[in-house]
Design a binder for this molecule. Structure first.
Ligand code: ATP
Length: 269
């Protein structure tokens, strides 16, 4: 698929049931979902929708999933782009894409725009060595002007995700832009258990497999790591021609996932 082309909005079947834990984030989003469901009711009483929400947290903790679930819960179109898509674009293409996306989202409002890895376009301007970042700056400037250029009554919510809020251009965080922050943390044991239950659905486990015990033995794992763990375990089971996933498959898979995390410089004790 061509990255420069505007993606059609996706209809989301994802709901909060697909997201384990993250109760605070869900609570924060609930109000916005109510608004998107019935904008007129809120507008009549003079309520304004926050424009931009910044979701901050480590990779794989469910930021994208949460944004999709918000769209699914509100039953509104979901437009998404990733900051890293813009890296390979010719000058002007990124800015145009941002403009087109906002135009479409406004036309089909209420709607949600999701910008993943916003730090790759939203890094502080002028920080690069000797320029060469025209494309990124143009895209960022376009994004800022789009954020300023629509009214909160237009019922478009822009959600953005990053694991590096510290490097973002301060202009992005000003009031009326991404002025609300939702923090998403690595899951604690009980949340890991809930995540495992979601991703265990439809997988045949032997009796010796205890999800609670797996949750206990995976501190530091993100939701994505846990999903990966169960997938690796089923691959081991398949390779060994087993019809069920046994605890040994889980142990092997955990070693493999841990090795990947260590390679990425993440240490877990
Ligand atoms: P990145 O910063 O790498 O984009 P992210 O925070 O957006 O990461 P997601 O893409 O939402 O993370 O998560 C990847 C996958 O991990 C999800 O599609 C889902 O399958 C699983 N996952 C992550 N967190 C959860 C969770 N809280 N509940 C259920 N599944 C989860």
């Amino acid at each position: 698929k061509s990255k420069a082309k505007l993606q059609e909005p996706e209809k989301q079947d994802t709901t909060f049931d697909d997201v384990a834990g993250l109760d605070n984030a869900k609570k924060e989003l609930q109000e916005i979902i109510e608004f998107l469901k019935e904008p007129d009711r809120f507008k009549e009483i003079g309520a304004k929708l926050p424009k931009g929400l910044l979701m901050v947290g480590p990779p794989g903790t469910g930021k994208t999933l949460m944004a999709k679930a918000a769209a699914g819960e509100a039953d509104v179109p979901f437009y998404s782009i990733s900051g890293s898509d813009f890296m390979e674009m010719f000058v002007g293409v990124g800015a145009k894409r941002v403009r087109d996306m906002f135009e479409k989202a406004k036309k089909t409002s209420p709607s949600i725009i999701f910008i993943d890895e916003i730090d790759s376009i939203g890094r502080r301007r002028g920080a690069g060595l000797g320029g060469g970042h025209d494309e990124r700056e143009q895209t960022l400037n376009q994004l800022l002007s789009e954020l300023d250029g629509f009214e909160p009554t237009e019922s478009v919510v822009v959600m953005a995700a990053t694991n590096r809020p510290d490097i973002l251009d301060k202009a992005l965080l000003r009031p009326g832009r991404f002025d609300r922050r939702i923090t998403v943390n690595l899951p604690k044991q009980s949340a890991r258990h809930e995540i495992l239950k979601i991703h265990a659905k439809g997988k045949p486990f032997a009796e010796d497999v205890d999800l609670e015990q797996i949750a206990r033995s995976t501190p530091g794992f993100s939701g994505a790591d846990l999903e990966n763990l169960l997938n690796e375990a089923s691959l081991y089971a398949g390779r060994n021609k087993r019809k069920e996933i046994v605890m040994d498959d889980i142990d092997q898979a955990r070693d493999k996932v841990l090795m990947g995390l260590e390679r990425d410089g993440i240490t877990i004790d």
